[in-house]
Design a protein around this ligand. Structure first.
Ligand code: NAD
Ligand code: DAU
Length: 348
C-alpha cells in the first residue's frame, strides 16, 4: 500500500523534473503523479531516468482545466500537492502578461479549489506552493530578503507569483488548508531551458554567437544549484511547519557580467580554446524593462530550523552544468528548434 499519493505540478520543467526524480527514487512507497501541460518549457526528456518506474505516473493536464484536475485527484486519491507549474520567464511576462495571470494566478486558484473540494479533512493534507524571491522586489546595495520582507513585485512575472502566494495564504486563513510556501533565489543546472542567462550563454558560446548582457551587466542575482533546491523542497515538504514560509538560497551573489566571464573562461578551457576567445562574444544590449537590480536571500531560517544546507560551491556547480550541456547536445538541439526559435526570431 503506497503511503502518499503526491501531485507534483510542472514536473516536466526545469526544477520540477529534479523534484520528481528525487521523490520517485528516494520514496518508493509514495506514488508521484506529475501533472504538466507541456508548454515550450515542459520536456519529458528531462525524466528519462525514471520513465517506467512503478511509483511514477504522468498526466498531461492544463491547470486551467478544473474538471481534468479534479479527475486526476479522483484517479490517484491525491493526498498532497507540490505546486511548481508556472510561466517562469521574466522577459516573456513583459511581452505577454496575461499568460502569466492565467497559469500562475488562475491556474493556482483552480488547483487550490480542487484540493479543497477533494480533501474532506483538510488537516490531513498539505498544499506546498513553490515560489520565488522576486516577490520581494529589488534590493539596493545592502540587506537581504527575509521571510518578513514586505511583498513588492516589480515585473508581471513576479506580480503573478506574488498574487499566487497571497491566494495560498488566503486559503490557509479562510478555509483552514494546511499550506507551506518557499521562496527561492535563481536556480541553475541541467535541464534549464536556454532562454535563461546561464544555459543561453553556454549554448551561444558553443555556437560562436553573441552573449547578450542587459544594460551594464551589473545586476546581481543569488544562485543555487537546482539539485540543492530540489533537496530543500524535500526538506520543507517533510519537516516544514504548516502556515510557514521558508526562503531558500545559497548566500551566493554574483553580478551578471562576472557570471558570463566565468562561463567564458570555463568554456574556453573545456573546448580547448585560447583564454579570452569566448569573452569576445560579450555584447551589451538594451536593458530589460524595469530590471530588478539585486536579489539576495537570507536563508538562515531553513538552515537553522530545518537543517538544510546547499551542497555545491558555485564554480563547481557551473563546471558540472557546462559538462551536462556539452554532453547532452541532442537535448539542446531539440529544445532550440521550433517554438524556441520562433520566440527569439520574433523578439530579437
Ligand atoms: P519552467 O518554466 O522550467 O517549467 C514550468 C513547467 O510548468 C513546464 O513543464 C510547463 O510545461 C508547466 N506549465 C506551465 N503552464 C502550465 C499549465 N497551465 N498547466 C500545467 N503545466 C504548466 O519553470 P522552473 O524554472 O522549473 O520553475 C518552476 C517553479 O519554480 C515556478 O513556479 C517558478 O516560479 C519557481 N521558481 C523558479 C526559479 C528559477 O530560478 N527557475 C527560482 C525560484 C522559484
Ligand atoms: O530569482 C528567481 C527567478 O530567477 C525565478 O523566479 C525565475 O523564474 C527565473 O527565470 C529567474 O529570473 P531572472 O530574470 O533573474 O533570470 P534570467 O536567467 O532571465 O536572468 C538572470 C539575469 O541575467 C537578469 O538580471 C537578467 C540578465 N540577463 C538575462 C538574459 C536572458 C541578461 O543580461 N541577458 C539575457 O539574455
Amino acid at each position: 500500500m503506497l503511503m502518499k499519493s503526491i501531485l507534483i505540478t510542472g514536473g516536466a520543467g526545469f526544477i520540477g523534473s529534479h523534484v520528481v526524480k528525487l521523490f520517485v527514487q528516494k520514496y518508493p512507497d509514495y506514488r508521484v503523479v506529475n501533472l504538466d501541460c507541456l508548454t515550450y518549457a515542459g520536456n519529458l526528456e528531462n525524466l528519462r531516468e525514471i520513465e517506467g518506474s512503478e511509483n511514477y505516473s504522468f498526466e498531461k493536464v492544463d491547470l486551467l482545466d478544473a474538471e481534468a484536475l479534479a479527475a486526476v485527484f479522483e484517479k490517484y486519491a491525491i493526498s498532497d500537492v507540490i505546486h511548481l507549474a508556472a510561466e517562469s520567464h521574466v522577459d516573456r511576462s513583459i511581452s505577454d502578461p496575461l499568460a502569466f495571470v492565467q497559469t500562475n494566478v488562475i491556474g493556482t486558484v483552480n488547483l487550490l479549489n480542487v484540493s479543497k473540494t477533494y480533501w474532506k479533512v483538510l488537516e490531513e493534507h498539505l498544499f506546498y506552493h513553490v515560489s520565488t524571491d522576486e516577490v520581494y522586489g529589488s534590493l539596493g546595495e545592502d540587506g537581504f530578503f527575509t521571510e518578513q520582507t514586505p511583498y513588492d513585485p516589480q515585473s508581471p512575472y513576479s506580480a503573478s507569483k506574488a498574487s499566487s502566494d497571497h491566494f495560498v495564504r488566503a486559503y490557509a486563513n479562510t478555509y483552514g488548508m494546511q499550506t507551506v510556501i518557499s521562496n527561492c533565489s535563481n536556480n541553475y543546472g541541467p535541464n534549464q531551458f536556454p532562454e535563461k542567462l546561464i544555459p543561453l550563454c553556454i549554448h551561444n558560446i558553443k555556437n560562436n554567437k553573441q552573449l547578450p548582457i542587459y544594460g551594464k551587466g551589473e545586476n546581481i542575482r543569488d544562485w543555487l544549484f537546482v539539485v540543492d533546491h530540489a533537496k530543500a523542497i524535500d526538506t520543507v515538504f517533510h519537516t516544514g511547519k504548516s502556515g510557514e514560509t521558508y526562503n531558500i538560497g545559497g548566500f551566493n551573489e554574483w553580478k551578471n557580467i562576472d557570471i558570463v566571464r566565468l562561463l567564458c573562461d570555463q568554456m574556453d578551457e573545456k573546448l580547448g580554446q585560447e583564454k579570452g576567445t569566448s569573452q569576445r562574444l560579450i555584447t551589451f544590449v538594451k536593458d530589460r524593462a524595469g530590471h530588478d537590480m539585486r536579489y539576495a536571500i537570507d536563508a538562515s531560517k531553513i538552515q537553522k530550523e530545518l537543517g538544510w544546507e546547499p551542497s555545491l560551491q558555485f564554480e563547481e556547480g557551473i563546471s558540472k552544468t557546462i559538462d551536462w550541456y556539452l554532453s547532452n547536445e541532442e537535448w539542446l538541439e531539440n529544445v532550440t528548434s521550433g517554438n524556441y526559435q520562433k520566440y527569439y526570431s520574433d523578439h530579437y
